[in-house]
Design a protein around this ligand. Structure first.
Ligand SMILES: Cc1cc2nc3c(=O)[nH]c(=O)nc-3n(C[C@H](O)[C@H](O)[C@H](O)COP(=O)(O)O)c2cc1C
Length: 345
């Protein structure tokens, strides 16, 4: 059941349009610098992130694991992470914790020398759900060992859960459980397309998380994925109603940056280097890409590297046009927020 669910997600994301209704990155403009006063060759995208030197501020975000075809996808993602010296995440490790036979699709990651590897577990699975026991700290440690992980991304996907007929809809006392876990395991709190607010970021910091992945609205919509997955008309209607539920990624970055001094990953609708530059200018430390890498990750290691290198090159070009030699300088560039983003502010 879970096995096929992960495969369904991949198939739907490859075939259907599962994007949120608006492109919020288009609503952000940079003030061009006519004389960059730097040489293109002096621009470096290298940064330090979570204690490691990485070659670009880009993370290949959590996508998959737990079914046969996922081994190849995670192998390609890991190869790209190793080759390009950038962090990667695996998809939810729940299938492997529930069935040892499904571990190969995650363990393949440990065969690569990647600067940072993020494990992944759903926040709903950290508390007891109807008829299902909660994963323990030991289970989560096992998940980390499986991939030789550095941080555990705990993903918040309650939007998706409440749309599913048998979804895990218990969330009481979750932050208390997270706080206990964060004493033993370095945790990244990660949304999956609905964003994290100012208040939520503060509460997550209180719970002891080490970083936040805003996982904002504007890219892959898991309501949309569920819309295509379900055959039940009431559920379809609910999924359609909540297609664009959430905080746009740019707003979520601004909210989290104001609230906490934690490292921020900006996932949610990043598809090119211009969008990445905008996220970094708003205060993100790195960007994460999931839906954007999927078509290439589904094809070959080469295609995936070509895609990421294209994003890096686009980022460099934008840095040149803004006169930024280092990624951190993007935060000082002048930007204009237009349209709906202004209303959010
Ligand atoms: C096919 C697919 C599967 C995903 N599975 C997971 C998952 O298992 N765990 C998780 O934390 N996020 C998962 N995500 C969410 C992404 O990591 C990311 O937060 C979200 O898709 C928004 O980024 P994007 O617009 O770049 O896709 C998945 C995304 C896609 C497209």
């Amino acid at each position: 059941m879970i096995e096929s669910r992960k495969q369904d997600h991949i198939d739907i994301c490859l075939k259907e349009n599962v994007s949120a209704g608006s492109d919020y990155w288009n609503m952000i403009k940079f003030f061009h610098r006519a004389a960059p006063e730097i040489d293109m060759e002096d621009i470096s995208t290298e940064i330090s992130f979570l204690g490691k030197k990485i070659s670009a501020p880009i993370v290949i975000s959590a996508i998959t694991g737990g079914y046969e075809g996922a081994t190849d996808i995670n192998d390609r993602i890991s190869s790209a992470g190793e080759e390009l010296n950038i962090p990667i995440g695996v998809g939810s490790q729940r299938p492997a914790l529930e069935n040892k036979e499904l571990r190969d699709s995650y363990e393949v990651v440990a065969q690569h020398d990647i600067p940072l590897v993020f494990g992944n577990i759903g926040a709903p699975q950290l508390i007891e759900q109807k008829g299902k026991t909660a994963f323990t700290i030991e289970d989560c440690m096992e998940a980390m060992e499986m991939i030789n992980g550095d941080y555990l991304a705990v993903h918040f996907n309650f939007l998706q859960e409440v749309i599913q007929p048998e979804g895990d809809d218990r969330a009481a006392n979750l932050l208390k459980v997270l706080k206990e876990m964060a004493k033993e395991i370095p945790i990244i709190a990660k949304e999956t397309g609905a964003g994290i607010s100012y208040e939520m970021a503060g509460e997550l910091k209180q719970a002891g998380v080490k970083a936040i992945d805003v996982g904002g609205m504007g890219g892959t919509s898991f309501s949309a994925v569920e819309y295509y997955r379900t055959k039940n008309s009431d559920q379809k209607e609910l999924a359609n109603l909540l297609w664009d539920w959430g905080i746009p990624t740019p707003i979520s970055i601004i909210e989290c940056r104001r609230a906490v001094d934690l490292p921020i990953i900006s996932t949610g609708g990043i598809r090119n280097g211009l969008q990445a530059a905008k996220a970094l200018a708003l205060g993100a430390d790195v960007v994460g890409i999931a839906g954007g890498v999927l078509p290439a990750a589904n094809k070959s290691k080469e295609q995936l590297e070509i895609y990421i290198n294209k994003v890096i090159n686009e980022l460099k070009v934008v840095m040149f046009l803004l006169g930024c030699k280092k990624v951190g300088e993007l935060k000082n560039s002048r930007i204009l927020l237009t349209g709906e983003l202004r209303d959010w502010l």
